[in-house]
Design a protein around this ligand. Structure first.
Ligand code: 5AD
Ligand code: SF4
Length: 499
């Protein structure tokens, strides 16, 4: 689809255009020439590796990086001993940063062996001043560093990296710009994430996202719908609308369309079969959205509704803007209106001031809501956030509480997920399950000759593994859920529509 960008039509003789994205097309054309030249000199392809840390937003940004690298002639590889390696980083918890520093050390070793090699860093971590200082001090072999606001300038920055020496750092504090129509190389041909908004205005007191992703900016509904239409024409059947807080979509737009209204428009796109979205803040979840989900034939039966904590004292200190009672009432309303919906959540344990009694409140919510899955995190102190200057809970006290929460999550999820055992459901087949594709496993699942083990995703986001033809990948298949294995199912292909 994105091959409407024809680099042959870029007139390099005209010099650098002032408008975007034309300026980036110009640099892509320059880069393409440079890559061709290097390939001829080396007598081999020029390889590039994009490594993604963190969330769906980063995964989508990485597809944009891959799009530009492929367009300019790099050969993509998963191997980090490549000619160009870029880490798209996350900084939501400190362990994400530590992972990057550790792996950078390994890259330095590769770089010493390959004089062609260039190393780049982008994403949330690079928006922190302390990180830039540390890179300059201890990782001077890094060639390029840019942030979340100027990712669209990647082609230009990469070109400049190849022209100069030393570390090129370009990090912006903020932007109100959204540049459309850059190349994207999707990981899956049949499903795609789509940014509908960038940034966050909520300032939960533990969270660094508003500082590294900036203020909320919504993309225009016209651009979003145009992009989805193009994706569908290119074979995409499932989309995930992405934003830190999709429920406040449209608030900064002149024509003021709400997220629920946007969903109604997306639903109308012919050929699109499934719609997902991530993430919803409980404080902004409207009745209109519940109604749209209820009436929709395409919106998946899954809602990720981060709780973070169950104690009102902690919720207040976190600046979450809801109480335990309000959250429970909301979950109950959603369940009442859409009984087959799967609810999942994020939970933080060990926020400043949290006592074992507070953690019991979180456990109480888990028991009452009965989540299908919950991501449980130990609180991580992020410099610059309000919670960093609150009195911290010693880590030794947190682990025990964390284990209690995790155990409760696992127990409730196990029985919750199992409720569909024996039923037939539609699954989007995402891939061949290479890991467990043994003859033995296939035999145990009654596979026919020539079948392989496939991995599909149900509308409610649960995974099912079942034997089938490899060419089912990318299609929606009906599967009988024969056995629940905790968080996932084993199943059998069912050739009729669901009963
Ligand atoms: N420490 C631990 N977890 C965090 N999250 C965000 N910030 C922090 C932090 N400082 C979690 C929240 C959020 C998820 C994406 O990451 O639960 O919903
Ligand atoms: Fe962070 Fe809260 Fe914004 Fe989510 S809503 S990104 S937790 S500040």
């Amino acid at each position: 689809m994105y091959d409407v960008i024809d680099l042959d039509r870029v007139d390099l003789g005209m010099g650098e255009p002032t408008d975007e994205p034309q300026k980036q097309y110009y640099y892509m054309a320059l880069l393409r020439k440079l890559v061709e030249k290097k390939k001829a000199e080396l007598g081999r392809p020029l390889t590039a590796c994009v490594v993604t840390f963190g969330c769906q937003m980063n995964a989508r940004d990485s597809e944009k990086l891959c799009g530009i690298l492929k367009k300019t002639g790099f050969t993509m590889t998963e191997e980090e001993q490549a000619d160009f390696v870029i880490y798209n980083t996350c900084t939501v918890r400190d362990n994400a940063n530590q992972k990057v520093y550790g792996r950078l050390g390994v890259l330095n070793g590769y770089k010493k062996k390959n004089p062609e090699m260039k190393v780049a860093l982008c994403g949330c971590m690079t928006q922190e001043e302390s990180v830039i200082a540390k890179l300059k001090e201890s990782y001077p072999f890094v060639d390029l560093v840019f942030g979340t606001h100027n990712l669209y300038r990647f082609a230009e920055l990469l070109w400049r990296t190849y022209q100069g020496k030393g570390m090129l750092v370009e990090v912006w504090k903020e932007t109100d710009r959204i540049v459309e129509d850059l190349p994207v190389d999707r990981k899956y041909p049949f499903k795609s994430g789509i940014n509908i908004m960038f940034g966050c205005n909520n300032f939960c007191t533990y969270c660094i996202v508003p500082y590294v992703r900036g203020r909320e900016r919504s993309r225009s509904p016209r651009e979003i719908l145009r992009e989805i239409e193009k994706l569908v024409a290119d074979g995409v059947v499932e989309i995930m609308l992405l934003g830190q807080n999709v429920n406040s979509y449209g608030k900064n737009l002149e024509d003021g369309i709400s997220f629920a209204q946007l969903l109604r428009e997306v639903e109308k796109i012919e050929g699109l079969q499934r719609i997902r979205f991530m993430t919803s803040h409980p404080k902004d979840l409207s009745d209109e959205l519940i109604q749209v989900m209820k009436e929709s034939k395409k919106i998946c039966r899954h809602l990720h509704l981060p709780l973070q904590a169950g104690s009102n004292k902690i919720l207040k200190a976190m600046n979450r803007c809801y109480t335990k009672e309000q959250y429970l009432a909301l979950a109950e309303k959603i369940r009442r209106e859409i009984p087959d919906i799967a609810l999942t959540t994020d939970i933080i344990v060990g926020f400043p001031g949290e006592t074992p009694e507070d953690v019991q409140e979180t456990i109480d919510v888990i028991k009452k809501v009965q989540y299908d899955n919950a991501f449980t995190f130990i609180y991580s102190k992020r410099t610059g956030t309000p919670a960093a200057s609150m009195e911290q809970v010693p880590e030794s006290l947190v682990h025990e509480e964390f284990d209690k929460v995790l155990k409760c999550v696992q127990e409730t999820a196990r029985s919750r997920v199992a409720r569909y055992e024996g039923q037939v459901m539609d699954a989007l087949v995402e891939e061949i399950n290479e890991g467990s594709n043994s003859e033995e496993a296939l035999k145990a699942l009654d596979a026919a000759p020539g079948e392989v083990l496939l991995t599909g995703r149900l509308s409610n986001n649960t995974i099912v593994h079942f034997p089938g033809d490899a060419d089912l990948v990318g299609q929606i298949a009906y599967v009988k859920l024969t056995q629940c294995k905790g968080f996932y199912y084993l199943g059998k292909r069912y050739n009729e529509e669901k009963t």
